[in-house]
Each structure stands twice: as structure tokens, then as C-alpha cells.
Design a protein around this ligand. Sequence first.
Ligand SMILES: [Zn+2]
Ligand SMILES: [Zn+2]
Length: 350
Amino acid sequence: MAQTTNGSMKGAFLLKPETIAIRELPRPRPGAGEVLIRVRAVGICGSDMHLYDTGRIGSVVLESPHIPGHEMSGEIAALGAGVTSLAVGQRVVVEPGIACGHCHMCRSGRYNLCGAVRFLGIPPHHGFLTEYVVAPAQWVYPLPEALSFVAGAAIEPLAVGLQAVAQGGVGPESRVAIFGAGMIGLVALEAALARGAEQIWVVDVVEQRLGLAKELGATVVNSRQEDAVQELRRQTGGGPDVVIEASGAPAAITTAFKSAAKGATFVAVGLPEAPTVALDYTAIVRSGIRIEAVFRYANQFPLALDVAVRRRERLAKLVTDCLPFAHTAEAFAVAHARREGTIKVVVEFP
Ligand SMILES: [Zn+2]
Ligand SMILES: [Zn+2]
């Protein structure tokens, strides 16, 4: 349709570690069951930063220019054949993990563990830092009126937080400790509050981040200044019964396990740089700790949109930096600098 005369668009490519360049590329066309979306906002995630910093993420290596970004919002620009559930001009968000729908994990509802998933933003699949993207309509959700495009870009990380508290079985009576006051730790805090938890502790080493956690209603522990295990044990009367590890720092992982009450649920969300972490395995067994590992999320986007509407003023505090698309390289540099006050960097499109 619109792309018959001008079939190109701009995309932000990661060329090699710490090098982003905006280049022209062909504007995609939606196939049957797909929609073309004009991107309006994209959040920069820890996994984007890992790729930016090192040129790899897990076993995936950056081999050719790659468009990062998997946290997005936008508006429908065109519909592919057969799409009737969405309309041109509609504001939307896209769930970036396009699961196969056929394997055992997909069929059992745990599609986040699909072995054939196309995760948009992780090589070899381009992400959303481009003017237009195509996505299957099935993975596209309407963005409620009450949410801005920038707020829409925070739906994906919020889905991770909701998955974490769901797997942790967090409820009104839970005593929850969250390790790490970065984006994932703070959305886990919001998710825990949304599930009715009132007793939430957040542990970090950065005072500014702890300040935000406190402002959002958590009791905070600075593990650089205090013995976090002792403090959590004392303040919770025996230890938290849900521990959410959202930092990925080996020292925090060790402390998080030590602080857990007997019979507690340990929710593993953060990924350490090195795959191996030394743990007191016998102590974990003897304490009857239940370990829940969270890899992305399944079926959380509708709830995330709902929670984001109800808690929008609070969640807005987590987006600390907004830069225009033309300055994507600078946005990555801001995220890379890891300043104390930076939680979420979002790229906005004009
Ligand atoms: Zn992310
Ligand atoms: Zn599958």
C-alpha cells in the first residue's frame, strides 16, 4: 500500500560492540496473518546491553549488523491478509517471543520454553529499533488509551516481573525479598504489590536505586552497609518466604539463598555474567528451598497491560531517560554508562 513508491525506512544497527549506526533498509510488508507496525517507543534492556557490550548473549554471537530492542509500542500501519482483530491506526504492543505453537512446551502453555522460538531482538532475528516492523497479529495486543507509548515500552519487562511473582506464589501474606533494584527488581516489586503483598524488602548496593524502591513502598537494605542476611532474618522474623533474585550478581545470589526462610521459594530471574555460581547446596537441601527459575514469561501480557494501567504513575518513575530515535547511539551510551540514577532508557520515535 503506502510503500509502493518509498519502500525504505531507517533502522538502528549494532555493527560491533559499542557501535550503533542508523542505516536504511527496505520497509517490510505484512504477510498473511501479520501486521505492519509503525514503532513509537523501544526500551533498552539488559540483554540488549549485553550484546552491545560484548557482542554476544549466552551462546548467541553478533555475526552481522543487528537491530536490537524487544520492548516496544507502536501503531498499526497496515494489515496483512486475513487480519480482522486489529485496525490501522490502533495503538499496540508486541510480545517479542514468537513461539512455534506446536512443540510440547507450546502445547502445555509454557511457550516461553519453546525450543523453536523466534525472539525478535536476539540474533539472528532483528528487533524493534526501526521505523516499521512486521509481527504476527496473534502476538500483538492493543495498548490501552491510558498508557503512553513510552509506558507501552515497559510492558515487556513488567511481564517478567509478573511471571516472577506468579512462579513465586506471592500473595498478601508473603514476606518477599527482592535482590536487585534495577528495572526487573522494581517491576517485580510492583508485581508483588499488585498481588497484594505488603511486606516487601529490596536489597541492593546502590543508594539511589534503593531510594526509588523505598519511594515505591519497599523496606530497603543496603547490603554494602549492612549484613543483608542478618537484617532480613531479623526484620522478617526468620527470613523471607519468597526470595526473588533479580540482580544476577553472584554475591547477591549467595546472600539471597542464605537469607531465605526454611521452606521458602527462591525465584531465579537475574542472569550472572559467568554461567556458574558457587552455592552451599547442602544448606539449600536442608532448608527445603523450592527453586523456581523464570525464563521470560508466558501468558502475562494481558495482565501486564492491566497492571500497567492501574499503576501507571508509579511505573512511569522507572523510565529515567528518553532519547529520540536519531540519537539511539547516545541512548545506548547512556545505558552503558550505568549511572546510579538510570533505570530504564527508552528510545522514542517522532
Ligand atoms: Zn527485556
Ligand atoms: Zn514451541
